[in-house]
Design a protein around this ligand. Structure first.
Ligand SMILES: O=C(O)CCC(=O)C(=O)O
Ligand SMILES: [Fe+2]
Length: 301
């Protein structure tokens, strides 16, 4: 009690991250509550074995992955994409049941089912300066504030600390309008042990921190977006049908091998027909338009 009080007095602006930080037995409600209120949530030690495995799956790609070419991608930062095709551990991380439940609940009423937006493993090397604070959902021409359209999940493949370039983020900035500009001073480091996951809503201002340590900071980043938005990473090229056919139905759907109402249909059918029957040709058209009308009438705002 004494500590809490004196800390609050001596440092009145110190952000309290405690209510957004959870242990690995956190409930769906608790995680959703943090995301809605603070714009982010950390779940510590959620998948230590899988992240360990992902790190070793990705090692051979990081051995030859080039650094970024601009200030956003970072001249001392490596990125490896197509993680669903490249790592079986990433296939499990991307479909982690808790994260998928969070995505589904967060997008409830805004789409029928989510899609995988992007997969990217990121190694921030020593000396890399901080990335500019940004909103990931600004790839879409939305006005803010608005209902969630994107969720990002950063799995810690190494420890994340203030010193080694942990993602920095401005709590509650998902509620800001577009006129408000983010100041780096308002951002806090999302420190977490290896094996943890940091979730942020697409409108929350964030960016990689600067790495002042002598070791690389590594994370596997998975984005999810509303099922009717275009995916950031072209998942049909990243994971072509021959490979998608071998994956779990949950993952096939996430990749986009499932139509969203009329969107993404194939041969006038539910797109899943392509995976079940690759030689499908000229079948009778299905009524795919109905679902779209339903969503629209539910969302008149
Ligand atoms: O690496 C990080 O911590 C964040 C990266 C990021 O936000 C991005 O590349 O969009
Ligand atoms: Fe980002």
């Amino acid at each position: 009690m004494h500590f809490t009080t004196s800390h609050a007095i001596s440092n009145p602006t110190a952000p309290d991250t405690s209510s957004a930080r959870h242990s690995n037995d956190a409930s769906l409600q608790q995680v959703l509550g943090s995301l809605r209120q603070h714009g982010y949530a950390i779940i510590e030690n959620l998948a230590p074995e899988l992240t360990q495995q992902a790190e070793s799956d990705l090692e051979r790609f990081f051995e030859r992955a080039p650094m970024g070419t601009g200030t956003f991608t970072g001249p001392l930062t490596q990125r490896v994409a197509r993680l669903v095709a490249r790592s079986s551990a990433c296939r499990e991380l991307v479909t982690h049941p808790l994260v998928l439940q969070v995505v589904e609940r967060l997008f409830e009423g805004e789409c029928y089912h989510p899609q995988l937006a992007l997969t990217q493993a990121i190694r921030v090397h020593p000396g890399q300066l901080s990335q500019g604070l940004h909103r990931d959902d600004n790839v879409f021409p939305f006005r803010h504030p608005r209902p969630p359209s994107v969720l990002f999940a950063m799995w810690a493949l190494s420890e994340f600390s203030e010193n080694n370039g942990a993602t920095r983020l401005i709590p509650r900035s998902h509620t800001w309008d577009d006129a408000r500009t983010p100041s780096p001073d308002a951002s806090i480091a999302m420190s977490m042990p290896k094996g943890s996951v940091l979730l942020w809503e697409g409108a929350t201002y964030h960016g990689a921190g600067s790495n002042k340590s002598d070791e690389a900071r590594a994370g596997a980043l998975f984005g999810y977006n509303l099922g009717w938005l275009r995916q950031y990473e072209n998942q049909y090229l990243a994971v072509p049908p021959e490979l998608a056919r071998t994956l779990s139905p949950v993952l096939q759907d996430l990749l986009g091998y499932r139509n969203h109402g009329y969107l993404g249909s194939y041969e006038n059918q539910d797109a899943r027909a392509l995976l079940q029957e690759p030689d499908l040709e000229l079948p009778a058209p299905s009524d795919l338009f109905t679902e779209d009308l339903e969503l629209r009438s539910r969302n008149r705002h």
